[in-house]
Design a protein around this ligand. Structure first.
Ligand code: ZN
Length: 306
């Protein structure tokens, strides 16, 4: 029987061989070719074509968030194993010489690196909540934000669909409970229509985030029980191990409380977000339609502008 890890490696090596991904010598960290990026742009354009009708406010953040934002978000409590922080050299001449000597000997030259004020973004929407919270009370309409950025999760893998640095395109809704839930319902339908237009098979299922440890197991169970997270899964490697390509999340008032985001009524806002994993969808497209884009179904190429 072929192990899943061998299937992962085989597809990863195929992508490298065809030049779609560029090796950087670290599992889960890759460059992308021009063709790969053209497909990514097509996916983003298809997302915009549907989502722009709602006239969302556009926010673009760098792949880093403030360390204080990471602390205040609660992410360290739920998922410490995925966190990335940025460290930098912080010494004098003697420290520098010692560092280079250690490097020369093949030792751990990072021992004297110190944390900076920057952490890596775990999800595209993490920049949005503090920004909206800082504005003061929202109007009756709440807020709707379109965001897109590179995210980091510390989970090195041979699976090309589990990258350490990848992009999420999201819409985030902030408002009343009813507004957040209506938004998620609409996007669950839209998400399925968009993936159908890409000619990909999928299923939608209730899901949980990869929370850490014993408390994490309880968090995951209640997240499922309350149907807070749904995923759209596409089989990339094997039918019985489909990959989450889109997620539809309802956070109740978790972020509303964490960031002091207030509804017009003065209560903590409820929030929801829909996220498209653009690399995963791209990998699914190459898997299902082949490496020769000119041979993809004409309808799919039309949707993606290829
Ligand atoms: Zn999100």
């Amino acid at each position: 029987m072929t192990e899943l890890v061998d299937i992962h490696r085989a597809y990863r090596d195929d992508l490298l061989k065809h030049g779609l991904l560029i090796s950087m010598g670290v599992d889960g960290l890759y460059g992308r070719s021009g063709l790969f990026e053209k497909v990514v742009e097509g996916i983003n354009a298809a997302f915009s074509k549907v989502g722009d009708a709602d006239a969302p406010e556009v926010m673009r953040f760098p792949p880093g968030i403030g360390k204080w934002q990471l602390e205040q978000s609660g992410y360290l409590k739920s998922s410490p194993q995925l966190v990335g922080t940025i460290h930098s050299f912080n010494g004098g001449d003697a420290d520098h010489r010692a560092m280079l000597e250690t490097l020369e000997k093949g030792g751990d030259w990072t021992a004297n690196q110190r944390t900076t004020q920057v952490a890596l973004a775990p999800a595209a929407c993490y920049g949005v909540y503090p920004a909206v919270g800082a504005r003061g009370r929202m109007g009756e309409q709440g807020a709707l934000v379109d965001c897109y950025t590179y995210c980091f999760r510390h989970e090195p893998s041979l699976d090309p669909a589990r990258m350490q640095m990848f992009r999420q395109r999201e819409h985030v809704r902030l408002g009343s409970e009813a507004q957040a839930l209506a938004f998620r319902k609409t996007w669950m339908e839209r998400g399925q229509a968009i993936i159908t237009s890409f000619g990909l098979p999928f299923e939608v299922d209730v899901a949980n985030d990869p929370f850490f440890g014993r408390t994490g197991r309880l968090l995951a169970a209640s997240q499922r029980e309350e149907s807070l997270k749904f995923e759209l899964l596409v089989p990339i490697h094997a039918k019985e191990h489909p990959t989450a390509c889109c997620s539809f999340n309802y956070h109740r008032d978790l972020f509303g409380r964490a960031w002091g985001i207030e509804t017009a009524a003065g209560t903590p806002a409820h929030t929801a977000c829909v996220g498209f994993g653009v690399e995963r969808i791209t990998l699914a497209l190459f898997k299902h339609h082949g490496f020769a884009v000119e041979k993809w179904p004409e309808k799919v190429r039309g949707v993606l502008g290829l």
